[in-house]
Design a protein around this ligand. Structure first.
Ligand code: TYD
Length: 217
C-alpha cells in the first residue's frame, strides 16, 4: 500500500544540531495542528533500540563497515515496519533524526561498502517508506565536534573517529544533496538555533505544503 503521510528526515554529521532541530520542527508542525510522529535512528522501535546499543557501543566495529551496514538495515527494517509505515499509512507526518542517507554516507561513501549492496538493503528495509524531504544540516567539522564534545556524554563509536573521517562525512552529505536536489535541502546550521529553526520551517512549508510557491526553495 502506498504511504499517504509525509516523511521528513534530518541528516548531517556530528554536532550539527539535528536532534534539537527535529524536535523543534515537530513542535512547530504540531502547533499547526498536524499529526506528527517524532523518531530517530538507529532505534525508534524496541527491536531497533537493541541493535542501536550494539552499533554505538562499538561492539560491531571489528566486524567491519559491511556488517555494520547490515545491522543498521536490520534495525531500520524493524523501525519502518513497527513505526514509520503504520504512521505514514495513517496519514501522519513522520520526522526522523537520521535515516538511510546516514548508511550511504557513513558505511558507503566513508566505509566503502558497495552502492549496489546499499541499494538492496534500502529496498529491503525501507521499501515504499521513502523520505519526501531530507534536511541536511551542515556545519564546519571543528564546530560540530566541539558541540558534540560539549554534550559531555563521551564519544560514541562514530564520534570517536578523527577529523579527517568527519570531513569525509560532511563532503559525502553535501555530494548526496547535489545528487538528489528535488528531495534534499542543505541548511547552514552554524548559526543561532532560532534562525536555523525558522529556515527549516520555511523550507518545509515551501517544499511540502506549498510546492507551487516554493519552487526553488
Ligand atoms: P546518535 O547518538 O544518534 O548521534 P547523532 O546525534 O550524531 O545522530 O548516533 C548515531 C551515529 O550512528 C552517528 O554517528 C551516525 C551513525 N550512523 C551510521 O553510521 N549509519 C546509519 O545508518 C545511522 C542511522 C547512523
Amino acid at each position: 500500500m502506498t504511504p499517504r503521510g509525509r516523511f521528513i528526515t534530518f541528516e548531517g554529521g556530528e554536532g550539527t544540531g539535528k536532534s534539537t532541530q527535529a524536535r523543534r520542527l515537530a513542535a512547530h508542525l504540531r502547533a499547526q495542528g498536524r499529526d506528527v510522529v517524532e523518531t530517530r535512528e538507529p532505534g525508534g522501535s524496541p527491536g531497533a533500540e537493541a541493535v542501536r546499543h550494539v552499533l554505538l557501543s562499538g561492539a560491531a566495529k571489528p566486524l567491519g563497515p559491511q556488517a555494520e551496514a547490515l545491522l543498521f538495515a536490520a534495525a531500520r527494517a524493524d523501525h519502518v515496519d513497527q513505526l514509520i509505515r503504520p504512521a505514514l499509512t495513517a496519514g501522519k507526518l513522520v520526522v526522523c533524526d537520521r535515516f538511510y542517507d546516514s548508511t550511504r554516507v557513513y558505511q558507503g561513501a566513508v566505509g566503502d561498502v558497495p552502492l549496489d549492496l546499499l541499494d538492496t538493503l534500502e529496498q529491503v528495509a525501507a521499501d515504499d517508506a521513502r523520505p519526501d524531504l531530507t534536511l541536511i544540516l551542515d556545519v564546519p567539522v571543528t564546530v560540530g565536534l566541539e558541540r558534540a564534545a560539549g554534550r559531555g556524554a563521551g564519544a560514541d563509536r562514530f564520534e570517536a573517529e578523527d577529523a579527517a573521517y568527519h570531513e569525509r562525512v560532511r563532503a559525502a552529505f553535501l555530494a548526496l544533496a547535489d545528487e538528489a536536489p528535488e528531495r534534499c535541502a542543505v541548511v547552514d546550521a552554524s548559526g543561532d538555533a532560532d534562525m536555523v529553526a525558522a529556515e527549516i520551517a520555511r523550507i518545509v512549508e515551501a517544499r511540502l505544503f506549498a510546492p507551487a510557491e516554493g519552487a526553488g526553495a
